[in-house]
Ligand binder design. Structure first.
Ligand SMILES: Cc1cc2nc3c(=O)[nH]c(=O)nc-3n(C[C@H](O)[C@H](O)[C@H](O)COP(=O)(O)OP(=O)(O)OC[C@H]3O[C@@H](n4cnc5c(N)ncnc54)[C@H](O)[C@@H]3O)c2cc1C
Length: 311
């Protein structure tokens, strides 16, 4: 039986990324017709080539209540088995609104999916990453997926029909708009990340981390206190359950204790940690553990790396 699914992405690139969950379902033998919904700020024509049967594009600057209204309307028309979105702040916000309206169970940050007859089984982290919850649905559900978690569809010759949608009038009046200060960095897309934590004594000392990052071609991210309390780095490089989730090939954690709220947002192939406390929890998650004072270790390590790079 072919089941309809709706995938929403607040940007076309996020739409394509979130549709990876559908690609995973297909690999598990699920038959589906896939409807995409996005907002017109990105390459919509490119997104239309990623396996969608139909693509709705909401036009104009739109607020979450307007977007959720559009999704709700399409939801009523097609009655999809699943409503899928990105596990971004906006994605979670909008899908929660639609779920509440349609009495849908909602699962955030789904990490795996499989089928058992008519049941769809999802796995997701709970209790700040301390446990994995297995949740089964035989009916409708809304789910959000972390960015880059599932391999998306290959680009194809099939191009989805695009329908432009004007958003309804919002119940919210936008009084003013202030752009949040952003770093140049997209930490979630980085292949190599150097993470800094409270082991650093001052903002100036972060230079050590940036020096290391420039040698190994990494982006610098941080634990919550560095961005939220000390404000040494912008919030868009704060790594953790309350902020950015990263999936680099290499994560170098420096002066970070390894609290579950931080480490459960790190899905790295290799983790290297530098911490002076041999009992620091971060070492449980690390492939390579350096028990050292960062102020003694980093200058020597950076010097050695530089010598190696110059040769
Ligand atoms: C609801 C909730 C949500 C949260 N969300 C997040 C989140 O999204 N992201 C996040 O990061 N945190 C989050 N937290 C906070 C989290 O619990 C930790 O408090 C935080 O991650 C700790 O940051 P840290 O490791 O930098 O600092 P600390 O825990 O203070 O650790 C500093 C580490 O540096 C080491 N160190 C000190 N000096 C040196 C030195 N000279 N050389 C080497 N090592 C040294 C210490 O041994 C220690 O292990 C959240 C907490 C709550 C309650």
């Amino acid at each position: 039986m072919v089941e309809t699914v709706i995938v929403f992405g607040e940007r076309p690139s996020l739409l394509v990324d979130a549709s990876g969950l559908v690609a995973e379902l297909l690999r598990n033998g699920f038959s589906t017709s896939m409807i995409g919904i996005t907002v017109s700020n990105g390459d919509v024509n490119e997104a239309a080539r990623y396996g969608f049967d139909k693509l709705y594009v909401i036009e104009g600057a739109v607020l979450p209540d307007q977007v959720s209204e559009v999704i709700s309307k399409i939801f009523n028309e097609v009655k999809p088995r699943l409503l899928i979105g990105s596990a971004t702040k906006t994605g979670n916000d909008i899908l929660a609104r639609v779920s509440a309206k349609h009495n849908l169970p909602m699962l955030t940050e789904v990490l795996s999916v499989s089928l058992d007859g008519n049941n769809i089984i999802f796995e997701r982290n709970i209790l700040g990453g301390r446990a994995i919850s297995r949740e089964v649905t035989s009916k409708h559900a809304a789910v959000t997926v972390p960015i880059k978690k599932f391999k998306p569809f290959e680009i194809s010759q099939k191009i989805a029909a695009i329908e432009k949608v004007s958003p309804p009038v919002s119940n919210v009046r936008l009084v003013s708009f202030e752009e949040k200060k952003k770093s140049e960095v997209n930490i979630e897309a980085a292949d190599t990340v150097v993470g800094v934590g409270r082991g650093f004594k001052s903002k100036d000392d972060l230079k050590l981390a940036f020096d290391l990052a420039s040698i190994i071609d990494a982006q610098v991210g941080c634990s919550r206190p560095i961005a939220a309390d000390l404000k040494w780095l912008p919030e868009d490089v704060w790594i953790g359950i309350s902020s950015k989730k990263i999936r680099p090939k290499l994560y170098v954690a420096i002066g970070i204790s390894g609290a579950p709220q931080h480490i459960s947002a790190v899905d790295a192939k290799v983790i290297v940690s530098i911490n002076k406390d041999k009992n620091a929890p971060i070492f449980k998650y690390s492939d390579y553990s350096v028990i050292a004072d960062l102020y003694q270790f980093l200058p020597v390590f950076i010097k050695k790396l530089k010598e190696k790079t110059i040769k």
